[in-house]
Write a protein that binds this ligand. Structure first.
Ligand code: ITT
Length: 190
């Protein structure tokens, strides 16, 4: 079956094609002729993931899936959430995002947070959503150099290291994205 993954992120594409195996003919956006920037204007992570998948289906009539992720912090009423990528302003900067997060959490004792990924799959016009969550806490200062984004300040529950202090494989085994992808793959292989 031909399936497009609506992302321009090469790391995500490599990871998912390894998980999918050769049962699926995975196409990039470029391979289906989509060179434009796909709008992400919804106010939820689930909404944005659906908007991206719907865009590809409606403009190209290709079965596809799209993901969207973000960090939700309890003491900030779920922020940065859908705004995770540009929390610290434009152009996007992981460092500014982390600094603003730590500033906004100064003096707060509730440090609970989670990364959430939602994947939307469109198969012949039918929509299916798959969610993955990684629960943890936000530290008071960054630790580690691996990963990306908020990884240096996010310590998953049950660990005494941040995502940025883990190897790619270690983070990959417990990440929000992995959990959502596993649900997608179980559904596709059914
Ligand atoms: P796309 O091009 O595929 O949209 P992206 O970098 O915008 O890639 P996401 O939509 O998946 O990535 O995530 C939005 C933001 O949430 C991202 O820029 C990070 O700041 C943060 N984020 C998501 N997953 C993360 C992770 O595993 N570790 C740290 N930060 C993460």
């Amino acid at each position: 079956m031909t399936l497009c993954f609506a992302t321009n992120n090469a790391n995500k594409l490599a990871e998912i094609s390894a998980m999918l195996g050769d049962q699926f003919d995975l196409k990039t956006l470029q391979e289906i002729g989509c060179f434009e920037e796909i709008p992400e204007t919804q106010d939820t992570i689930a909404g944005n993931s659906r908007q991206k998948a719907q865009y590809v289906w409606e403009h190209f009539r290709v079965n596809c899936f799209a993901d969207d992720s973000g960090l939700e912090v309890d003491a900030l009423d779920g922020a940065p959430g859908v705004h995770s990528a540009y929390y610290g302003g434009h152009p996007r900067s992981y460092e500014r995002n982390v600094n603003l997060l730590l500033t906004n959490l100064e003096g707060k004792t509730d440090r609970k947070a989670r990364f959430r990924t939602v994947i939307t799959l469109v198969l012949d016009g039918q929509y299916h959503a798959f969610e993955g969550v990684a629960e943890g806490v936000i530290l008071t200062e960054p630790r580690g150099t691996g990963g990306f984004g908020y990884d240096p300040v996010f310590q998953p529950d049950g660990y005494d290291r941040t995502f940025a202090e883990m190897s790619l494989d270690e983070k990959g085994a417990i990440s929000h994205r992995r959990k959502a992808f596993e649900k997608l793959i179980a559904f596709l292989k059914k």
